[in-house]
Design a binder for this molecule. Structure first.
Ligand code: GLN
Length: 187
């Protein structure tokens, strides 16, 4: 597979490493013309959603990416990337791509618990490593959104058709099963 990784800001290099380790080729999207080259799937990394959203607009990549996702391009997001996909941000009037039927609250875990590591069940697979870094919380899902993981009653991973979104960072661990799920089940 040829996997495009949005490389404007954030931990795109870690995502590339995971897919390379699984035998795929990766490709960085840094400017509008990078979208002209065909790719099989798109990764939206963690980082800072405000900065990523601003750069997507400034670089005029926003509409093309949204259209491709709406047309069925497989997309996987972590943390800030999930905020970019969400249809609604709670406490914030901004909507970025808005293709995924979830409402999220940014930085929802508070100061004390802003970053932590745990493991849990994802799509029926047990003991998946989950690193949370100033993570958002998915508070509501529209019909058609499937919950794939939860941690202490909070939704941490969802899927809606061609879109897979996490509030944690599977790319920061050497447990590659989330990326494998994405490739096998969605690409
Ligand atoms: N707190 C960041 C945001 O709101 C997300 C953090 C992350 O991607 N690890 O964009």
């Amino acid at each position: 597979m040829h996997i495009a990784v949005l490389a404007l800001q954030g931990d795109f290099a870690e995502h590339e490493q995971v897919f390379k380790a699984l035998g795929h080729t990766t490709y960085q999207l840094r400017q509008k013309k990078d979208l002209d080259i065909p790719f099989d799937a798109l990764i939206l990394p963690g980082g800072e959603s405000t900065v990523q959203g601003k750069l997507l607009r400034e670089l005029d990549m926003f509409d093309t990416i949204r259209k491709r996702i709406e047309e069925g391009l497989p997309v996987m997001s972590t943390c800030a990337g999930t905020i970019l996909l969400a249809r609604q941000l709670l406490d914030d009037p901004t909507v970025h791509l808005g293709t995924l039927g979830i409402s999220v609250r940014r930085n929802a875990y508070g100061r004390q618990l802003s970053s932590f590591h745990t493991s849990g069940t994802f799509a029926g697979m047990k003991d998946i490593s989950m690193s949370f870094i100033r993570a958002p919380q998915i508070e509501y899902c529209q019909p058609g959104v499937e919950v794939l993981a939860e941690h202490q009653g909070r939704i941490t991973a969802v899927r809606q058709g061609n879109q897979l979104a996490m509030t944690f960072h599977p790319e920061l661990d050497t447990d590659y099963r989330v990326a494998e799920y994405f490739i096998k089940e969605m690409c």
